[in-house]
Design a protein around this ligand. Structure first.
Ligand code: ATP
Length: 426
C-alpha cells in the first residue's frame, strides 16, 4: 500500500516538502530512509500531526548534518545511539535515528539488507500501531512497511505489544499503552492487558529509574484528557505498585481532570513559573496519606522545593478547604493561603467548592495590591530593623486588606502603635 496521497492531503505543505527533501537527500546519498513512529500512525488515522521521526540506515548523524545544511536548521542533540535532533528554522523538530550497524551485520545474511534494517528497527518498538514505516526515497515514496499488522490494529482500535516480553523489557510501555488507549479511544488487546497486569504484579516497576517514570507521568499529564488514563492505571494497579499506599480514587481522577481548565481560568493571576506538574501530582495523591504523597515525590525524584510544595498542599488541603468554604475576611484568606505555592492554589481551586474558589480568586486579586508601607517606612519612623518588623508589616497588610487602614498615614500610625506595644512587651 502507498500513502503518498494521504500525505499530500493531510500534512501541511512545509512538512510534505520536508519529507520530499529527505527522500531526495536519501537518493543522493544512496541511503534508505523511512518515516516512522507517531506521524505514520496519525496519517493512517487521518489525524494531523507535526513530529517528524525518521530512521536512516548507515550513519544517521552525517545524514542529519547534511539535512541541517540543506534546510538551514541546527543539530541540538546527538546521543550515543546515533540519534540526532534537528531543529529547523521554523522551530519544527526532526528526529533522525540510525538503524544500528550491529543489526545491519547480523541481518546481512538476509536478502534485502535495507528492509531488514528497518524491520529490525520496527521490531524494537512498543505497539503494532507505532511499528509502521513509510519509505521516503523518491522511487518508493509513500510505500508502507507493516510487518506487525499495525494498520489492521488501527482499523480495529487495538493497542497490541509486539512480543510477550515487551513490558518486562521496558515497563514505561505500561504508561504508553494506557495513554494511547485513552487518547484514541482504542482498547488494549486482551493478551496485551494480561501481560501488562502480570508485569505490574511482578514488581517490575521497581527497576525503572525515577527520571524515566517522571518523564512518563509528565507525558501523561500533557495529554488533553489525562484523567481517564490516570484511572486506567489505577485499575492496573500501577500507582500502588509504584508507591505503596498511593490509592488513586474517584476524587483524584476528578481533580486531575479539572487541573488544566483551572490553570487556564486562573492564568492571568498566577506567577509565570508556576508548576502545573506539581498541581497534577497533588491531585494524584489526594486520596492517599501524606506518607504516600511523600513516597510519590521521592519516587519521581522531585527537587526538594517541589517535594515540599506537593506534600504541604496534600497535608494541608482538608484544613484549607474547610476554612475557606465560607465567607471570610480577606486577611483570614490571606493567612490561610500565603504559604502555599501557586500549584497548590490551582489544586485547592480544582478540589474545592464555590466558596473556596471565590476566596482563592479574591486572594489572587488582593495579592496584586501593593502594601501601603514597607520596612523602609519603619526605619524612617526611627525604628532599628529587627525581627518584629515582619510581624508588624504583616499585621498592617492584613488591616489594609480588610479595609481597616486605607491611606499611608493610617498605615504608618498603626505600624507605630504596633511597634511600640511589641517593643515594650518584648
Ligand atoms: P506522540 O503522539 O505522543 O508523540 P509517538 O508515538 O510519536 O506519540 P514518541 O514518544 O514520540 O511517541 O515516540 C516515537 C516512536 O518511538 C513511537 O511511535 C514508537 O515507535 C517508538 N517508541 C517510543 N517509546 C518507545 C518505547 N518505550 N518502546 C518502544 N518504542 C518506543
Amino acid at each position: 500500500m502507498n500513502i503518498a496521497p494521504r500525505i499530500n492531503e493531510l500534512l501541511p505543505a512545509e512538512i510534505r516538502d520536508l519529507l520530499f527533501l529527505i527522500g531526495a537527500l536519501a537518493d543522493r546519498e544512496d541511503r534508505e530512509v523511512f518515516l516512522v513512529g507517531g506521524m505514520v500512525r496519525d496519517i493512517i488515522m487521518g489525524r494531523g500531526t507535526v513530529d517528524v521521526d525518521v530512521v536512516v540506515n548507515g550513519d544517521g548523524p552525517s545524514f542529519a548534518a547534511a539535512l541541517a545544511t540543506l534546510t538551514g536548521g541546527s543539530i541540538v542533540l546527538h546521543d550515543r545511539f546515533g540519534t540526532s535532533v534537528l531543529i529547523l528554522p521554523d522551530k519544527r523538530r526532526v528526529d533522525v535515528a540510525t538503524a544500528r550497524t550491529e543489526t545491519y551485520s547480523a541481518a546481512a545474511a538476509l536478502p534485502d539488507v535495507s528492509f531488514t534494517v528497518i524491520d529490525y528497527d520496527l521490531e524494537r518498538r512498543d505497539f503494532s500501531v507505532n511499528a509502521i514505516a513509510v519509505a521516503l526515497a523518491s522511487g518508493e515514496f509513500g510505500e508502507i512497511l507493516d510487518p506487525f499488522y499495525g494498520q489492521a490494529d488501527i482499523a480495529a482500535g487495538v493497542i497490541r505489544v509486539l512480543h510477550d516480553g515487551s513490558f518486562v523489557d521496558d515497563p514505561t510501555r505500561i504508561w504508553r499503552a494506557a495513554r494511547f488507549e485513552q487518547r484514541f479511544h482504542f482498547h488494549i488487546d486482551q493478551t496485551t492487558e494480561k501481560l501488562l497486569r502480570a508485569a505490574v504484579r511482578g514488581d517490575i516497576l521497581n527497576q525503572v529509574s525515577g527520571t524515566r517514570i517522571r518523564n512518563e507521568v509528565k507525558a501523561l499529564f500533557e495529554e488533553r484528557e489525562p484523567s481517564a488514563t490516570v484511572g486506567r492505571l489505577q485499575d492496573f494497579g500501577v500507582w500502588e505498585a509504584l508507591v505503596p499506599g498511593l490509592h488513586v480514587g474517584a476524587e483524584a481522577v476528578r481533580i486531575v481532570g479539572a487541573i488544566a481548565s483551572t490553570g487556564e481560568t486562573l492564568s492571568v493571576w498566577l506567577k509565570p513559573d508556576w508548576r502545573v506538574f506539581n498541581a497534577y501530582l497533588m491531585g494524584l495523591a489526594v486520596d492517599g496519606s501524606a506518607e504516600a504523597a511523600r513516597g510519590l515525590t521521592q519516587r519521581l525524584g522531585l527537587s526538594q522545593h517541589s517535594r515540599r510544595a506537593v506534600i504541604g498542599a496534600v497535608s494541608g488541603r482538608r484544613q484549607v478547604l474547610s476554612d475557606l468554604d465560607k465567607k471570610s475576611k480577606a486577611s483570614t484568606v490571606h493567612r490561610a493561603l500565603a504559604s502555599y505555592s501557586d500549584a497548590a492554589l490551582v489544586f485547592f481551586y480544582a478540589a474545592g467548592k464555590e466558596g473556596v474558589r471565590g476566596n482563592i480568586e479574591r486572594f489572587l486579586v488582593n495579592r496584586q495590591i501593593k502594601s501601603l508601607i514597607s520596612g523602609r517606612d519603619l526605619t524612617r519612623l526611627g525604628y532599628r530593623p529587627s525581627a518584629i518588623f515582619t510581624s508588624v508589616l504583616e499585621d498592617v497588610r492584613a488591616a489594609q486588606l480588610d479595609g481597616v487602614v486605607t491611606t499611608v498615614t493610617e498605615a504608618r500610625s498603626l505600624a507605630q502603635h504596633l511597634m511600640d506595644s511589641r517593643k515594650s512587651n518584648g
